[in-house]
Design a protein around this ligand. Structure first.
Ligand code: NDP
Length: 248
């Protein structure tokens, strides 16, 4: 059994998709869940209600991961409410897909700032607590696009490959303090990010996946729960694909 009883977790981008599934699975396993949202207040309120219905403890905070001060405030509010922090899941992310010759500097910056700098902002804000405690766990949600490169996703692939390099360097740096850092690389998962794609693009995607289906947010969430749990205490610096065989 995976047990996250009374572990305090921060999940960024918990209002929808994979982040929402992570919040619900962690709550089901007994964690105290702090999650951030950016624009989707209604969806965030629903997640909060679902967790409360389970009898779980929860705090939702509106915060833009691109803003360092807002990230720092998320950690401060978490410590004020729950006194400690055990796990950080950097999940918030966006796509702005375009061929490079059409890509604007804004498309580039938005993706790098949200996915890569956002991961820095939250991790930098949480790391002092983890160092003081000599205990902590960080899970960064990257993508298969960061491993193999995807056409029309130069900005996204760069941001996700950056997360992998960041995580490996940090895993070595903080291992002496009993802090683990791991990366999950989903393939195509059935969330707004993928279901909003054009029908012909979705068909091409399905044909390219050996298991011939999209993954579910819950499947990613259970992997994240295992990696975050004490059962995975000897796993650090690892990059784990969950992609139906896409990147074999
Ligand atoms: P969704 O688009 O469904 O959800 C994205 C989440 O990120 C939302 O909760 C959103 O909050 C939040 N978010 C976006 N921008 C910001 C910001 N500036 N500050 C704070 N939060 C923000 O995405 P997915 O669930 O599909 O993706 C989650 C993660 O998984 C991402 O990092 C993505 O790159 C990665 N991934 C997804 C794959 C997929 O196939 N779906 C494949 C591989 C990786 P709000 O709605 O409140 O604005």
């Amino acid at each position: 059994m995976i047990d996250l009883k009374n572990k305090v977790v921060i999940v960024t981008g918990g209002s929808r998709g994979i982040g929402k599934a992570i919040c619900l699975v962690f709550a089901q396993l007994g964690a105290k869940v702090v999650f951030t949202y950016y624009r989707s207040k209604k969806e965030a309120d629903k997640v909060k209600q679902e967790i409360k219905k389970m009898g779980g403890k929860c705090l939702s905070i509106q915060a833009n991961v691109r803003d360092f001060e807002q990230c720092r405030a998320v950690v401060e509010k978490t410590l004020k409410k729950f006194k400690t922090l055990d796990i950080l899941v950097n999940n918030a992310g966006i796509i702005r897909d375009k061929a490079l010759f059409m890509m604007t500097i804004e498309d580039w910056k938005q993706v790098i700032e949200t996915n890569l700098i956002g991961t820095f902002n939250m991790t930098r804000s949480a790391i002092t607590t983890f160092l003081k405690q000599k205990r902590g766990c960080i899970v960064n949600i990257s993508s298969v696009s960061g491993l193999v490169g995807t056409p029309r996703q130069t900005n996204y692939s760069a941001s996700k490959a950056g997360i992998i390099g960041f995580s490996k360097a940090l895993a070595k740096e903080v291992a002496p303090y009993n802090i683990r850092v791991n990366v999950i690389c989903p393939g195509y998962i059935a969330t707004d990010m993928v279901t909003s794609l054009r029908e012909d693009i979705k068909n091409n995607i399905l044909n390219s996946i050996p298991l011939k289906r999209l993954g579910t947010p819950q499947e990613v969430a259970w992997l994240c729960a295992f990696v975050s749990s004490d059962k995975a205490n000897y796993i650090t610096g690892e990059v784990i694909k969950i992609d139906g065989g896409l990147a074999i």
